[in-house]
Design a binder for this molecule. Structure first.
Ligand code: NDP
Length: 490
């Protein structure tokens, strides 16, 4: 007999189970019976416990918290959750990019920094990274880039030759690869890194005026990184090091926070700015657009169930609330499509009905049915327009922000701006921002990484790539990779 306080095991249909230990058999030694619905359900459900892992950003950690708008930004945006004093519940998920679900946390990689704000005007998702830039600027190269970072088709192993082959044939990657090979490529904890919206977005105020903006979430814990050796040691000591650190900090009441700083550009300035302001491989120098503090986010609650709340969390850059809109950044335009598309494949078409993805504001949509759909609008009309009181769009109040564009249909690089150059900003980072120790570590991290199985002509291109970032860095890399031997010319 059970202790009366202990709940009785049941099937998923709520029928009491006869045993937690024994299958139904013909005699103690006989074969099992198909009529043992309880055990069959248990085995069948187990076979279906996984959803496909994310094709990128598979290994991640997440927590809940809130965002508090601390300054008046009404001159730039009408977004309700950014009104001074507003507190908005939110979810954050931080992740590595290339590793699979069980991979180690501290490997060299950019980190995803995905945020979901449950606002009164619907969910706002900002799906960025711990770097303000990215490897490429056109989404047509994205799957090729990721293939070069993942496993080879023949050996099923990761391959540094593929990575450097792709990077050196894609010079626009130089800025992000500089970040990646610096000690920022191995953050000490998830709490000790900044998060960036990375793309340029549009903000629109109540009067309809438009601005271009960039988001910078600066860690209040301070930026701290592992050296290459420290990160490697953690890979074997504790593959879940970052996950453990975030969880333990929140559990102990040491709630991590980030201050949100914005860069704001007047709409008209974009056309003639010295860099293309929509190119994801570039930052806006702080001297031109000084960051302005506008709020703070804090993570104060661990998930109760990792699978339900983090593995099934679905972030999508297309979720923008009134007052926030896309820019013509081509990578952002591609991601507006690809995120909801992957969620429909990975979780199912009704992923927005899962509690972690549901908005707190009411949903009045004409979408219906499909696998696992369970909330619905009763006998509400299923088409618009209708004359039976179904929801109706308010085209005046929720107008899309508009601007004039003309152009020929073509495949092309962005229109150049005066100082656009793939190697200029990483060179500035190397010469003017990194400390002497940072520069030493950058050079040795590159040499360590590019010493692993590169073909000679790829090695030669690696040296040329870094020479173009900075001649001194190129010389250090050449020295480290040559081992005193002559190297082939690029
Ligand atoms: P600033 O000197 O005004 O700013 C440089 C910024 O670099 C800092 O504010 C800091 O921003 C970031 N930084 C500091 N240490 C490191 C590091 N070890 N690795 C990477 N970034 C670091 O210069 P500019 O704005 O003119 O930018 C100069 C270069 O700095 C850029 O080419 C870019 O490579 C890099 N940078 C610029 C950022 C920007 O948005 N303007 C943001 C980050 C880097 P933070 O605290 O946000 O990390």
């Amino acid at each position: 007999m059970n202790d009366p306080q202990t709940p009785v095991t049941t099937t998923d249909a709520g029928i009491a189970a006869p045993s937690d230990e024994f299958s139904l058999s013909v005699g103690p030694d006989g074969p099992l019976l198909l009529q043992d619905h309880y055990v069959i359900q248990k085995m069948a459900q187990f076979n279906r416990e996984r959803v496909p892992e994310r094709v990128v950003h598979a290994k991640g950690s997440g927590a809940f918290g809130f965002f508090e708008a601390t300054e008046d930004v009404s001159q730039w945006t009408k977004a309700d959750f950014l009104k001074k004093g507003t507190r908005t519940p939110m979810l954050a998920r931080m992740s590595t990019v290339a590793g699979e679900l069980g991979s180690a946390d501290t490997v060299r990689d950019p980190r995803g920094f995905a945020l979901k704000f449950y606002t009164q005007e619907g969910n706002y998702d900002l799906v960025g990274n711990n770097t303000p830039i990215f490897f490429i600027r056109d989404p047509s190269k994205f799957s090729d880039f990721i293939h070069s970072q993942k496993r080879r088709p023949d050996t099923d192993r990761r391959d540094h030759n593929m990575m450097w082959d792709f990077w050196t044939l894609s010079p626009e990657s130089a800025h992000q690869v500089t970040f990646l090979m610096s000690d920022r490529g191995t953050p000490r904890t998830l709490r000790n890194m900044n998060g960036y919206g990375s793309h340029t977005f549009m903000w629109v105020n109540a009067g309809g005026e438009k601005f271009w903006v960039k988001y910078h979430f600066k860690t209040d814990q301070g930026v701290e990184n592992f050296t290459d050796a420290e990160a490697a040691a953690q890979v074997s000591d504790d593959a879940d090091f970052h996950r453990r650190d975030l969880w333990d900090a929140i559990k102990s009441g040491d709630h991590p926070s980030w201050t949100l700083e914005m860069q704001v550009m007047a709409f008209e300035e974009a056309a003639d700015y010295r860099f293309n302001p929509f190119d994801l491989t570039k930052v806006w120098p702080h001297g031109d657009y000084p960051p302005i503090t506008i709020g703070r986010m804090m993570l104060d609650r661990n998930p109760d169930n990792y699978f339900a709340q983090i593995e099934q969390a679905a972030f999508e850059p297309a979720n923008m609330v009134p007052g926030i809109a896309p820019s013509p950044d081509k990578m952002l335009q591609g991601r507006l499509f690809s995120y909801p598309d992957t969620h429909r494949y990975r979780i199912g078409p009704n992923y927005l009905q899962l509690p972690v993805n549901q908005p707190i504001s009411p949903v009045h949509s004409y979408n219906k049915d499909g696998p696992m759909r369970y909330t619905h609008a009763g006998d509400q009309p299923v088409y618009a327009p209708n004359s039976y009181g179904g929801p109706a769009a308010d085209a005046e109040r929720y107008r899309d922000p508009s601007y004039q564009l003309t152009g020929e249909i073509l495949r092309s690089a962005y229109t150049p701006h005066p100082e656009d150059n793939d190697f200029g900003q990483p060179g500035t980072l190397y010469r003017e921002v990194l400390s002497e120790t940072d520069r030493d570590n950058l050079a040795s991290n590159i040499v360590g990484h590019a010493s692993q199985g590169l073909d000679p002509d790829v090695t030669a291109r690696v040296i040329e790539y870094w020479r173009r970032v900075d001649p001194d860095l190129g010389a250090r890399v050449a020295k480290g990779l040559s081992n005193g031997e002559p190297l082939p010319a690029a």
